[in-house]
Design a protein around this ligand. Structure first.
Ligand SMILES: *[C@@H]1O[C@H](CO)[C@@H](O)[C@H](O)[C@H]1NC(C)=O
Ligand SMILES: *[C@@H]1O[C@H](CO)[C@@H](O)[C@H](O)[C@H]1NC(C)=O
Ligand SMILES: [Zn+2]
Length: 230
């Protein structure tokens, strides 16, 4: 879990309010062997998932847990890839070096290296995403989250993916079990609506309309994605 300084704000694109970023964290599987993203798209699970957590109007986390739209999470897939390259890879390598210094459960450190969240996200297409109302994926799984799930994965070397379970332990012993598979199982969609941004919406064949370039949300229907985590 990385705490962020005050001042990173999120609004527009269908969000009901201004949300303030509080921090970010990750979910992963066993490293290279088994992927551990929390969301799946058409059944595909990615290596890891990055969550940037925001609260409505800069509420405290405990206040946000009492508001049905108290939290907005931006979710990015992170995929191990042999073709990962460039500035984004540099940022992830520099960032993940910090993991060695927080190996034990409960430990913390000041982030070293010149890493920005912007560099970690890299050139990911922010106009293609899904939106739905769901919950936190860790107990108590409060149903207070507006989820935004970007479809284009951030590509990182497999070595970076492996670094997370390899370095982090699930107890306060430096030889304790490795921290792995920290993702919530898929949940039923129930009667929830999943929306797609305009650039994800299938073309309107009958009208011949061209795809709008602005990331307006459009309703996709609830049967398209099948099962998603809540
Ligand atoms: C946001 O909340 C944090 C902690 O609750 C507080 O320190 C900070 O001053 C707040 N920022 C604004 C702009 O209100
Ligand atoms: C950190 O990175 C930013 C952007 O990548 C750059 O503008 C800045 O000069 C760097 N700072 C240091 C101390 O290297
Ligand atoms: Zn999360």
């Amino acid at each position: 879990k990385v705490k962020l300084k005050d001042g990173l704000l999120l609004s527009g694109s269908g969000l009901p309010d201004v949300y303030a970023a509080k921090g970010f964290h990750f979910h992963w599987g066993t490293g290279v062997d088994q992927p551990g993203s929390e969301h799946c798209i058409d059944g595909k699970r990615y290596s890891m998932e990055l969550h940037i957590v925001h609260t409505r109007n800069n509420m405290s986390m405990s206040e946000a847990l009492d508001d049905p739209q108290g939290i907005a999470v931006l979710a990015f897939f992170v995929q191990g890839s042999d073709s990962a390259k460039g500035k984004t890879v540099k940022a992830w390598k520099s960032f993940s070096k910090n993991l060695q210094r927080i190996a034990k459960k409960g430990s913390d450190t000041k982030l070293r290296g010149n890493v920005s969240l912007h560099d970690l996200i890299g050139p990911t297409d922010l106009a293609r995403y899904y939106r739905y109302s769901g919950s936190l994926t860790t107990p108590n799984c409060n149903e207070v989250v507006i989820w935004t799930v970007f479809t284009e994965p951030i590509l990182v070397p497999f070595k970076v993916v492996a670094f997370f379970p390899f370095n982090l332990r699930s107890t306060d012993s430096s030889v304790g079990p490795h921290q792995k598979n920290n993702f919530r199982p898929l949940q039923r969609l129930h009667n929830r609506m999943v929306e797609a941004s305009a650039l994800l919406k299938p073309p309107l064949a009958t009208t011949g309309a061209t795809q709008p370039v602005v990331p307006n949300l459009s309703v996709l229907g609830i049967d398209v994605l099948g099962v998603l985590p809540i």
